[in-house]
Design a protein around this ligand. Structure first.
Ligand code: CA
Length: 233
């Protein structure tokens, strides 16, 4: 386990509700994090462009930019871990948020202690992802956990963060069969009751188009009918 305590980590809290923002910022500061805050999406984007940030706590309901749009933009620009804050009834938002690459979510009202714990977990996970994973090499396919690059027959292929994680997860255990549910939990860190297994199907579909010679007859990413998927080395 990596010891993830506050010092050295910078967190940006984006939340227009002043009370929630104040309590969240205070809890994180008390745990030793270096915390910045934004009350709207535009200032958050500006802040992120000019300040090193290790994690963003992002409210979905913002006054100027929809939190999910902001998430989409951030995902297009950089790989900062993001924890979403959602309203109780925002099931669709949560699902969409996780599909867009959020690392975790908290449903309001939440305890600030729980939030601090989640922040630590996500930071621990992302530092392990970046430092710990090794390079996987197969005939005509390289998956580099250090640079997070995938190279197919000598050419770097552009993958989203989740596409990369999914491929790396499958390829790190060649021939082992994973159910969609197992993959949702391992790659999306989704709660057991999270239903959108089609997310996995869609990501496999996109991955096949990016790494397979013939996506209709995949050689690497094989479907195991009625069960799930496995990676063929
Ligand atoms: Ca709000």
């Amino acid at each position: 386990m990596f010891p993830v305590s506050g010092p050295g980590y910078t967190v940006l809290v984006v939340e227009d509700d002043e009370r929630i923002r104040r309590v969240t910022v205070q809890a994180l500061r008390e745990s030793g994090f270096d915390v910045s805050e934004s009350g709207d999406g535009r200032s958050a984007l500006e802040h992120l462009r000019s300040n090193r940030t290790d994690l963003v706590v992002l409210d979905i309901g913002l006054p100027d930019i929809d939190g999910l749009d902001l998430l989409r933009r951030l995902r297009g620009e950089q790989e900062i871990p993001i924890i979403l804050l959602t309203a109780r009834r925002g099931e669709t938002d949560r699902v969409l948020g996780l599909e867009l690459g959020a690392d975790d979510y908290m449903t309001k009202p939440f305890s600030s202690r729980e939030l601090v714990a989640r922040v630590r977990t996500v930071l621990r996970r992302s530092s392990r992802d970046h430092r710990g994973r090794s390079r996987l090499e197969f005939d005509g396919l390289v998956i580099d956990g250090g640079t997070r690059e995938v190279i197919v027959r000598g050419t770097v292929v552009e993958l989203t963060a989740k596409e990369f994680d999914l491929l790396a997860h499958l390829a790190s255990a060649p021939r082992q069969v994973f159910s969609r549910r197992q993959l949702l939990q391992a790659v999306w860190h989704a709660a057991p009751n999270w239903q959108a297994e089609s997310t996995v199907t869609e990501h496999i579909h996109r991955l096949r188009h990016k790494i397979e010679d013939d996506p209709a007859r995949p050689r690497r990413l094989r479907t195991v009918r009625g069960v799930g998927y496995r990676f063929e080395p």
